[in-house]
Write a protein that binds this ligand. Structure first.
Ligand code: NDP
Length: 336
């Protein structure tokens, strides 16, 4: 990582793959840590927030210019100097974008942990539907949706790993689901996972759809900006807005001029802003007990969009910001 982007991250400029970084696998001192071989890495929207000056505080630590970037990943333990981790164990947590790294079990957020993949579920799912994005959907929905059968929910970013699981949770709770996504292929996927109404927000007017299909009792917001504005304009009284993310704003310096903020009090809308880390202590055990099994059996559907090779991770990260990913973006670094 070498340069802070002003707009979308640019491979070769803001993210660089450096083959000169090697690690002596036999002799590198572990100092109580764990040496991990990287198998897959995740490219997530929040990584754009980490490309910022190091002295600016935010919810995830900044990337350090000159050092490898890091993201959630699945790896295998090579050597361990820590109880509870042994060679060949699968681990999940923050890993460097490198073939091998000394991973930290004590990181405050997403320190590595050992897991056993559910039979029938590929381990890459543990950075997607069975990992942080799926957890985001499950925790946020359980905690804030207060869903009642027959209500209407709108899910933006409906084809992504977070949105597509929210659609399925909402259908299980008996709601009418409206979903938006940025291509016709993604719209089709929203319908396949259960959305009653799905539309391409680039070719269809969001306000018109919500006016016809609403009012909204719940809005699951993955994108912010003008879509949030349209959802506020079509909210039912006492609607719950689960404020999960605002990807339409991550690469832009100009904010959106919100027109409908006065409707928050007029319609008594409740906005729940949340970070997955706050909710993990309450919901994580239940999530791992229930969701991986349902993913393995196909009862809950998910899709992956694979990029092969660490040298292509910069492009994968950019794809997620621009929206050319179709499903959970996973970077395959090595085979087992
Ligand atoms: P996705 O894999 O779905 O990738 C992001 C998608 O956002 C793109 O594929 C694109 O799809 C869409 N997008 C990009 N630009 C725009 C735009 N200008 N307007 C509308 N949509 C756009 O992401 P995830 O499912 O992993 O994450 C979804 C959201 O959840 C993000 O905002 C993320 O930051 C947030 N999040 C929040 C967490 C929390 O703790 N609060 C934890 C995890 C994720 P399309 O083609 O449809 O435009």
């Amino acid at each position: 990582y070498n340069e802070i982007p002003t707009g979308f991250p640019e491979p070769g400029k803001t993210t660089v793959y450096d083959t000169s970084l090697t690690i002596d696998l036999e002799n590198v001192p572990l100092n109580g840590g764990v040496l991990v071989k990287t198998l897959v890495l995740s490219a997530d929207p929040y990584m754009r927030v980490q490309m910022r000056p190091v002295d600016i505080e935010s919810y995830m630590p900044p990337f350090i210019p000159g050092q490898p970037i890091f993201s959630l990943g699945v790896g295998k333990v090579v050597r361990s100097d820590r109880d509870g981790f042994k060679p060949e164990d699968y681990v999940y947590g923050l890993l460097d974008h490198a073939q091998y790294c000394l991973a930290n079990p004590d990181a405050p957020v997403f320190g590595i942990r050992v897991f056993v993949p559910e039979p029938g579920l590929r381990y890459s799912a543990y950075v997607g539907a069975a990992g942080m994005p799926g957890q985001t959907s499950y925790y946020g929905w359980k905690e804030y949706a207060n869903a009642k059968p027959g209500e209407t929910v709108f899910v933006s970013g409906g084809a992504g790993p977070v949105g597509s699981i929210v659609i399925q949770l909402a259908k299980r709770d008996g709601l009418k689901v409206i979903a938006s996504a940025g291509t016709d292929e993604k719209v089709k996927f929203c319908k396949e996972v259960g959305a009653d109404v799905a539309f391409n927000y680039k070719t269809t007017n969001t306000l018109d759809v919500l006016k016809k299909e609403g009012p909204l009792n719940i809005y699951w917001d993955n994108v912010g900006g003008t879509t949030l504005d349209a959802a506020i304009a079509n909210a039912a009284n006492h609607a719950r807005f689960v404020e999960c993310g605002a990807i339409s704003q991550y690469n832009s310096k100009e904010g959106v001029n919100m027109k409908n903020l006065d409707q928050i009090y007029a319609r008594r809308i409740i906005l729940y802003g949340f970070l997955i880390s706050d909710l993990a202590p309450k919901w994580e055990a239940e999530f791992y007990k229930i969701i991986p099994k349902k993913l393995a059996s196909g009862e809950i559907k998910f899709s992956e969009d694979i990029t092969y090779g660490l040298e292509n991770s910069g492009q994968a990260i950019r794809d997620v910001q621009i929206g050319t990913n179709t499903g959970k973006k996973v970077i395959v670094v090595a085979q087992e």
